[in-house]
Ligand binder design. Sequence first.
Ligand SMILES: [Zn+2]
Ligand SMILES: [Zn+2]
Length: 306
Amino acid sequence: MRVRVLGCHGGETPRHRTTCLLIDERITIDAGSVCRSLALDEQVKLDHMLISHSHMDHVKDLALLADQVIGRRAQPVVLHCGPETAETLSSSYFNNYLWPDFTRIPSPQAPVMKIDVHEPESSFRIPPAGVVASTTPAKGRRSSRPATSRRAGASRRPVRATTRAKSSTRSLEPLVEGEYEVRFIPVTHPVESMAMIIRGATGSILYSSDTGPTTRLWQVANQIPDLRGMFVELSFPNHMQALADVAGHYTPRTLATELKKLKNRDEIPLFIYHLKPTFYEATKNELAGLHLKNAHLVELTDEFTF
Ligand SMILES: [Zn+2]
Ligand SMILES: [Zn+2]
């Protein structure tokens, strides 16, 4: 599994790009910096995008990407996300007001983008390149949670142009090269936010998504036998702890506490991302003060092989 960093910050300046990781040139985790970081021919190669949550720093490049790959792909780009994120993308983003509904353009039968909804804790397969099926359901339990979950008090349009992907508990069946199994784990954030475990033929990686203190993700991490690396968010310095708690983010202090929930922390490489540009140096210095073993502050253009 090759991971190329396209964006690794919690904001944008000429020196900072919002979160986006590229796997094997055809899958992204989030969509913060797809268009800034990839040439047009590279953008056209994207088949699957794992969208952790609906916040703008993680979805903003979906808009321009849809516009730029139209007419250049035989299959839609599949956006994999949880139920609330799917609803937000449909009702508040590709809604023909903020941006055209590219899940129905150029036609509902052959759109530029397709939204696949996955339940929390479910797993789904991404087939190798060249295999047409958008997702392959793993075997096992299927969740019965409804396709749309409306937030109390919110006036929202119905979800449309979404396909309910079949999903199940994690399977440990072997994977061929280029095939992936993804498991969404809900974490702590003001909106639905899905951490994810991405298992490939050579092992698994963890992506925390935006989160405040959480428990379930670390329980799951402790049960993964082939965990090769963990991408974990860090957003604010310690003096912004109150804001970090309200906004569902980590400070170095939170990070240190959270990492104690892991059994074999020092043996698993840790990749820190999502620092806010405004507080970058302060946060970086406090992170260094934790003296974490086997840890790396992710930088733009970093590339890793797992
Ligand atoms: Zn974010
Ligand atoms: Zn967020």
